[in-house]
Design a binder for this molecule. Structure first.
Ligand code: SAM
Ligand code: DTB
Ligand code: SF4
Length: 359
């Protein structure tokens, strides 16, 4: 019997008991077969023409005390990123309004903190309340959270919290030394307990092995609940960080990572996250075919570049993709996203029928 037929059939139920061998067997499938399986699972739960669109804003940049080897915002590396104070709510709101007008359905606020201080929470809570009042979904990534901080952010209207596992448990110690894997799991538990949706994924292309990529997906899928959103970042190599100069990952291996994530976490939004700026349109198209259904939209991630909005609009038009829109009824998992509107903002592109054309 071939390896392909020996694999367990893809079930529509959610599994939390993936073994490393099963995951590696998926990685080892012929790419055509892997894409077929991922595409089949994708269609069981989503419209494959729809892509959720988030915009990121760094509300507090640089000067971070942590030592994440990939990160341009760690104070100890000389990357040319200047440290800033927390932005004012008014300035954040201005950016959120622009993101909404451009067609984003979710606004994600990032801060280069190890964890927020208790005195920061009321300021961030104010930002969340006001961004939410614009009719956007809210997301934040602020580092480790205590249970009380998580509850306060939830009460302010925070829908999603992004906190990544980043890599497999056994590779983690080569990337980060200033906090433990368990610290991350604890923060995710506080976020879930507070009733927020989790956005949790990692980075590939950091010199890890395929087995370690499988280990990241195993850790994510075997969490008590699959993350609602799974960002798969391709390392953005920044001069001055320890990981600058790492051998580039084979693009097809990146596509495999997306496809296996889709199969293992069938109801999650799989986000084609950092690294898109240096990807060809063809590679991104393969990632969407592999089951990616979420992107960051806007010319900047936190400190590094993202594709121009014009390039993304043209790509969506060429691929016949549409941006998912949010109905302003908060806190229903995935059910708050419908495809009633044309792609990318009121009248900013397309014929208005939602067909995804650029007319
Ligand atoms: N400081 C907070 C934390 O670490 O949780 C929030 C911001 S941090 C920049 C959010 C995530 O961005 C990291 O967990 C990492 O996965 C991703 N990231 C940071 N630098 C990156 C890079 N150079 N390439 C790809 N992803 C990166
Ligand atoms: C995530 O997983 N990727 C985003 C978001 N969550 C916060 C951040 C990517 C950062 C890339 C490097 C930078 O722009 O500084
Ligand atoms: Fe700090 Fe987050 Fe960057 Fe790590 S990833 S150095 S915690 S900003």
């Amino acid at each position: 019997m071939s390896l392909v037929s020996e694999l367990r059939p893809v079930a529509s139920g959610l599994r939390h008991d993936w073994s490393r061998e099963e995951i590696l067997a998926l990685f080892a499938l012929p790419l055509t077969e892997l894409l077929h399986r991922a595409g089949t699972v994708h269609r069981q739960h989503f419209d494959p023409a729809e892509v959720q669109v988030s915009t990121l804003l760094s509300v507090k940049t640089g000067g971070c005390p942590e030592d994440c080897a990939y990160c341009p915002q760690a104070q100890r590396y000389h990357t040319g990123v200047d440290a800033t104070k927390l932005m004012s709510t008014d300035a954040v709101l201005e950016k959120a309004k622009q993101a909404k007008a451009a067609g984003a359905s979710r606004f994600c606020m990032g801060a280069a903190w190890r964890s927020p201080k208790d005195r920061d929470i009321p300021k961030v809570a104010e930002m969340i309340r006001e961004v939410k009042a614009l009719g956007l979904e809210t997301c934040a990534t602020l580092g480790m959270l205590s249970d009380t901080q998580a509850k306060a952010l939830r009460e302010a209207g925070l829908d999603y919290y992004n906190h990544n596992l980043d890599t497999a448990p056994e590779f983690y110690g080569e990337i980060i030394h200033t906090r433990e894997y368990q610290d991350r799991l604890d923060t995710l538990a506080h976020v879930r307990d507070a009733g927020m949706k989790t956005c949790c994924g990692g980075i590939v292309g950091m010199g890890e092995t395929r087995e370690q990529r499988a280990g990241l997906l195993q850790a994510l899928a075997n969490l008590p609940a699959h993350p609602d959103s799974v960002p798969i970042n391709r390392l953005v190599q920044v001069e001055g960080t320890p990981l600058a100069g790492t051998a580039a990952l084979d693009p097809f291996e990146f596509v495999r990572m997306i496809a296996v994530a889709r199969i293992m976490m069938p109801r999650s939004m799989v986000r084609l996250s950092a690294g898109r700026e240096s990807m060809s349109d063809e590679l991104q198209a393969l990632c969407f075919a592999a089951g990616a259904n979420s992107i960051f939209y806007g010319e900047k991630l936190l400190t590094t570049g993202n594709p121009d909005t014009e390039r993304d609009m043209a790509l969506f038009a060429r691929l016949g993709l549409r941006a998912m829109h949010v109905v302003e009824a908060p806190n229903t998992v995935h059910a708050d996203i419908v495809d009633a509107e044309p792609a990318f903002g009121a009248g900013s592109m397309g014929c208005g029928t939602g067909c995804g054309c650029a007319a």
